[in-house]
Design a protein around this ligand. Structure first.
Ligand SMILES: [Zn+2]
Length: 299
């Protein structure tokens, strides 16, 4: 669970009702998640740092309940590469929104940044407001609580469907208007022009490697074409526009040093490979043992 605000707490509560109690919580603010600490493992700080690819791969699901759309795209980015099922849950005014992306079981799954997903945002044509003479209409805060509650229940329901394998093997955006009760559920298909997943052949092989960019003269002589290969960085780097760079550019710029990025995507023999710069020391002995474990279907 990334984000422990109103929606995150509602998702956890609904998962608990379904008997799912093994949840770890990541939140930027230590006080937000304080009430969950007695039952769940709570991790403070930026999930981008704390929830490494290796750690993410040990989970069956990641659930993002984050307000910030930029943070949602970062969670999408990590789950795509780590091959972990993702649910994004949020509210827009009175509408509870849940995007379900079963990356773990669907190699050509649409992602959170695919255009089809953006088009699927529910836009209620009219909002029905009920007021009864003599009684106050629902306050905005009341509507917000209700919407968060509905979002949490909807997310838990979709998670259970994916886990049971009854999801129809498709990404889906579901929404419920907390005021009118109107609901929509839309299948999402992969966008060939997606900035994040177009051309990405999943599942991605993850290779732990040192974040050290230097080209030895021997390599430059023996296989100079390697230097013209492109790698896509996980992070935007100050002073470098874009995210795709030739190995040669990076080696010239960093000269044996580290790139300020969590990981980089490269293509080797037509296959996507993630060069993971995190967890090298911890992960090296376990790499082989872990690979088959992720290929089993979610229970
Ligand atoms: Zn996409």
């Amino acid at each position: 669970m990334v984000g422990a605000g109103d929606i995150g707490v509602e998702v956890i509560r609904n998962l608990g009702l379904m008997g799912i109690g093994q949840v770890e919580v990541f939140d930027w603010d230590r006080y937000v998640a304080e009430a969950l600490r007695h039952r769940y493992a709570v991790h403070e700080g930026d999930f981008w740092d704390r929830l490494t690819l290796d750690r993410l791969r040990t989970f069956d699901f990641a659930v993002g309940t984050i307000d910030d759309p930029a943070a949602r795209t970062r969670l999408n980015q990590k789950c795509l590469v780590a091959n972990v099922n993702l649910l994004q849950v949020w509210t827009e005014d009175d509408v509870a929104m849940v995007g379900a992306y079963p990356f773990g079981s669907l190699d050509d799954c649409a992602c959170y940044e695919c255009a089809a997903d953006r088009d699927a945002v529910a836009m209620p044509i009219a909002s029905l407001k009920l007021t009864v003479d003599g009684s106050p209409s629902m306050t905005p805060a009341g509507v917000q609580v209700t919407t968060s509650s509905i979002a949490g229940a909807l997310a838990a329901a979709l998670l259970a469907r994916i886990a049971a394998g009854s999801h129809g093997r498709v990404a889906r955006r579901a929404s419920i208007d907390a005021t009118t009760g109107a609901g929509r559920s839309i299948e999402l298909h992969r966008d060939a022009g997606c900035v994040r997943c177009a051309g990405l052949v999943r599942p991605v092989a993850i290779v732990h490697t040192r974040n050290c960019w230097a080209v030895s003269p021997a390599v430059a002589r023996a296989c100079p074409e390697t230097l013209d290969e492109y790698v896509q960085l996980s992070d935007e780097v100050e002073g470098l526009p874009g995210r795709s760079f030739k190995v040669r550019e990076l080696a010239d710029r960093y000269r044996g040093g580290a790139i300020p990025a969590k990981f980089a995507l490269a293509t080797v023999g037509g296959r996507a490979v993630c060069l993971d710069f995190e967890d090298l020391v911890e992960a090296t002995p376990r790499t082989d043992a872990r690979a088959p474990a992720r290929s089993r279907p979610a229970k």
